[in-house]
Write a protein that binds this ligand. Sequence first.
Ligand SMILES: Nc1ncnc2c1ncn2[C@@H]1O[C@H](COP(=O)(O)OP(=O)(O)OP(=O)(O)O)[C@@H](O)[C@H]1O
Ligand SMILES: [Mg+2]
Length: 251
Amino acid sequence: MSLKIENLHAGIPGREILKGLTLEVKPGEVHAIMGPNGSGKSTLSKVLAGHEEYAVTEGRVMLDDINLLEIAVDARSRAGLFLAFQYPFEIPGVSNANFIRAALQARLPKGEDLDAVAFYKRMYARMDELEMSRSFTARSVNEGFSGGEKKRNEILQMMMLEPKYAVLDETDSGLDIDALRIVSKGVNAMRSPERGLLVITHYQRLLDYIKPDVVHVMVDGRIVRSGGPELALVLEEKGYDWAKEKLANAA
Ligand SMILES: Nc1ncnc2c1ncn2[C@@H]1O[C@H](COP(=O)(O)OP(=O)(O)OP(=O)(O)O)[C@@H](O)[C@H]1O
Ligand SMILES: [Mg+2]
């Protein structure tokens, strides 16, 4: 059981962006990916989401025993994968509460209805944990939200959907100091022996709050180094050129 990305090659027409990415996150683990701008981190989350702009040319992604790339895009979320994007999308005309409700309803067996009272009770409890105003339930998903509010809202969705695996792309960027602490608390509350988390970040600071088991450095579409939490500190000190050296040596 794991989220296993094996030798993934993907890109846009005329350009390969992911060049043989291999990574395995097991339930109970938190992995962090760090890497320079443009190394392909967000492309990875978009490929996992099945974004139409990207084509996979080689490799596979196994979500437990399901080959993720072979199932429909909407089935991926139901299979237990949650993706928080660097730039969360807006859904005008769909309230936040209805969006989450519909996603949960879609996970129930046919003919079974979500208990509305229990749903709102649970959502309000999660919103309180994230210190989100109730007004966000009725607003259209992410529409007019500030950058930090969108990030917080992504975590609310994750807490409500309780996915088996989650990929969080720069959930910390744009958060003020208090929001960083609150959002990290939310993420930490989601840590569980049954759940694997992959956190993409530029800042070692986040990893003080969310202690990863493994840190990966991604350069030019592949993982060039992996290690324990101390790798983030070394990276902060030595920079990506140091990380790239290994890639150059291997070439
Ligand atoms: N749809 C696209 N069309 C053209 N180029 C793209 C597209 N998607 C990604 N790229 C290019 O692929 C590279 C990787 O982009 P990606 O967004 O994955 O980087 P990243 O590692 O997430 O960077 P950052 O740290 O800045 O968020 C970049 O050079 C980007 O310009
Ligand atoms: Mg990115």
